[in-house]
Design a protein around this ligand. Structure first.
Ligand code: PMP
Length: 420
């Protein structure tokens, strides 16, 4: 039974009962994707069963119902983030799309030749490549707040790289590799004193902590549904109204504008629809809103404490094993632990764990620069969610203790990939 939550949630997740050729799933890959509770599945099923149609286009009854679900979902996200207005919430397909939309559609409004964009040394590729590309296009320079020997950037590491030319700081709220929590509120305060825009990648944060965009004072904040007990294919971009007023859309087409002509003219209506051209993923929006209800019913603080306690138990158990290195000096508040077994490739550890039904992520975690700065070919990542238990953590630790060298080489620098 998961401790510290108001009730036993394991029964909410049908997939935990699936048979993996005789093994029971011990799912510790929640930072990649979380599973979907019955409550969210039921909400999406209910949408398709009772209210399905296209939105904002027809005057008929089902169209109205679908439009109502669509609008209520946006309002639910506004409330979840404590944004000031629902027009500051845009639905995308993922955190990746959200970050690309900001880098592409807002970046050039504030970044020009000679300027600087500052990221940190632990970013996911999705919060690196769009900025690198923006810099290449505009003649700006990408700056990186260094991580220390534990792979963690301090507030001082950001301060050291802020200059008169810094226009944007883009930073993960929580690292997807070792769960490091970055001081985004403090970064935003320093940035705003100097007129710098702050973009926060919250993909690993929203399932583990209360996020209040006004308290953080983030200019933009983004995440994906599939890492917070919602479905794949739906993501969120929050942006302050003043910034959305300047953002240019990535996609053009139906739904974003009431009228279009052959001549030049304004592209699109007001936010948020201006950034949502094309028929939306309504079931996904219903699903992400239901996932927010689910998290709030359990209590986001309780969920965060539960996940962090399991990660701390795992870190302690793994550190006590001979020949196992656990990365990161921070307490694993993000519910994520990264480690290696000396001389054993992380993929071999992952396969060994899989033979017990234990799912972990192994490799570079789409964060190659961080793995490079730690001098690692990759790592094994265990990441925790609401349905995980202390017994599962103990099974992980016990199973890691019997991992042996296998197929993969730890010597060759290109022995990194599985894709991703
Ligand atoms: N940022 C971070 C920190 C992530 O962990 C991920 C997903 N691994 C992403 C961005 C991208 O999320 P998605 O693949 O859902 O777009």
């Amino acid at each position: 039974t998961p401790a510290g939550l108001p009730r036993d949630v394991r029964a909410d997740f049908p997939i935990l009962g699936t048979d993996l050729d005789g093994r029971t799933p011990v799912y510790l890959d929640n930072a990649a994707t979380t599973h979907v509770p019955q409550q969210v599945l039921t909400a999406m099923y209910g949408y398709y069963t009772n209210d399905h149609s296209n939105v904002g286009r027809g005057v008929h009854a089902l169209g109205m119902r679908a439009t109502g679900r669509f609008m209520r979902s946006r309002e639910r996200v506004r409330d979840f983030l404590n944004a000031a207005d629902a027009s500051e919430v845009v639905f995308t397909k993922s955190a990746t799309e959200s970050l690309n939309l900001v880098a592409h559609g807002f970046g050039p409004q504030v970044v020009s030749s000679g300027d600087e964009v500052l990221i940190s040394g632990l970013e996911h590729h999705s919060n690196l490549l769009p900025w690198r590309e923006l810099c290449a296009r505009t003649g700006a320079t990408l700056q990186v707040a260094d991580v220390d020997e534990h792979g963690e950037p301090s507030l001082d590491a950001f301060r050291a790289k802020i200059t008169d030319r810094t226009r944007v700081i883009a930073v993960a709220h929580v690292s997807n590799v070792q769960g490091t929590v970055n001081p985004v509120r403090e970064i935003a305060a320093e940035a705003h004193a100097r007129g710098i825009v702050v973009v926060v990648d919250g993909a690993q944060a929203v399932a583990h902590r209360k996020v209040d965009v006004r308290d953080l004072d983030a200019d933009f904040y983004c995440f994906s549904g599939h890492k917070m007990y919602g479905p794949h294919g739906v993501g969120v971009l929050y942006g302050k109204a003043e910034h959305f007023a300047r953002l240019e859309p990535l996609l053009l087409g139906g739904g974003m504008t009431p009228i279009a002509t052959y001549a030049d003219g304004p592209l699109g209506a007001r936010p948020p629809l201006r950034f949502e051209a094309g028929s939306p993923n309504i079931a996904g929006m219903v699903g992400i809103a239901a996932a927010m209800d689910y998290l709030d019913e359990l209590g986001r603080d309780a969920v965060g404490e539960h996940d962090a306690a399991l990660a701390a138990r795992a870190a302690e158990g793994l550190r006590a094993l001979d020949g196992v290195t656990v990365y990161g000096a921070q307490a694993p508040l993000g519910g994520i632990v990264s480690f290696n077994v000396d001389g054993v490739h992380p993929n071999d550890v992952g396969s060994h764990l899989d033979s017990f039904g234990i799912a972990t992520r192994t490799g570079v975690h789409c964060a190659t620069p961080l793995l490079d700065s730690l001098g690692l070919v990759g790592s094994v990542r265990a990441s925790f969610g609401v349905y995980n238990t202390a017994a599962e953590v103990d099974l992980l630790v016990e199973s890691v203790g019997t991992a042996e060298k296998g197929f993969w080489s730890t010597e060759h620098p290109n022995e990194r990939f599985l894709p991703g």
